[in-house]
Write a protein that binds this ligand. Structure first.
Ligand SMILES: Cc1cc2nc3c(=O)[nH]c(=O)nc-3n(C[C@H](O)[C@H](O)[C@H](O)COP(=O)(O)O)c2cc1C
Length: 189
């Protein structure tokens, strides 16, 4: 079965300050359907944009695109690329908030000529690389789920965004394949 990768961005209709648990909620939405659809990928968002990579069979990627167009949590969905791939870069799902931490800002500088990440002026390749690298960061602002996880087993949303100093970066700049790790929220038992 042929594998496809979709890269897109859209403008968010969600006010970040009003949506406690946004990362968890999106992670649940993305990963819940994965065991059936086989879709994997990464979703990065900030106050203005959703930026996403979705990988899976052609059929499922196409179906998901239709669902996404109809989701009123965002608008102006812009497809940057749909391409045939031979292996996935994402083994499960990762959702990250693109805030102003040092490791995040390093990636903005690497892939985008503006201070904040701005997908409207990025190439498909730059946006894909950014999402992949961002989702590989070891920070509380990126949460991951395996393909088999469901709402019942996923931890509950936190009331507020975690505040913690930036975490050290991985020692290498090489592209990282997203590994499925446990999704325990720091600070819980
Ligand atoms: C930016 C954005 C990205 C999303 N990505 C996914 C995704 O990758 N997989 C998924 O199942 N749902 C995703 N969703 C949620 C879907 O649009 C939809 O709400 C979800 O599939 C549930 O559909 P249902 O309400 O028909 O069950 C995303 C929503 C938004 C706003």
């Amino acid at each position: 079965m042929s594998l496809s990768r979709l890269v897109f961005f859209s403008r968010t209709n969600i006010k970040i300050g009003e949506s406690a648990g946004m990362i968890r909620g999106m992670l649940q939405a993305c990963s819940e359907y994965s065991p059936v659809s086989g879709l994997t990928g990464g979703l990065v968002f900030n106050e203005k944009f959703f930026m996403q990579v979705i990988e899976g069979s052609r059929d499922q990627v196409s179906k998901q695109l239709k669902i996404l167009y109809e989701d009123n949590r965002h608008e102006e969905l812009t497809v940057l690329s749909v391409s045939e791939i031979y292996r996935r870069e994402f083994e499960g799902w990762a959702v990250g908030y693109a805030g102003r931490t040092i490791d995040a800002e390093r990636l903005y500088m690497r892939y985008c000529p503006t201070v904040d990440i701005n997908p409207t002026i990025m190439s498909a390749e730059a946006l894909f690389n950014f999402i992949r690298d961002f989702c590989a960061l070891e920070t509380l602002y990126v949460q991951r789920a395996g393909i088999g996880e469901t709402r019942a087993s996923a931890p509950q949303p936190q009331a507020v965004m975690p505040q913690r100093p930036p975490q050290p970066q991985r020692p290498t700049d090489a592209p990282q394949t997203i590994k499925v790790i446990n999704t325990k929220i720091p600070g819980t038992a």
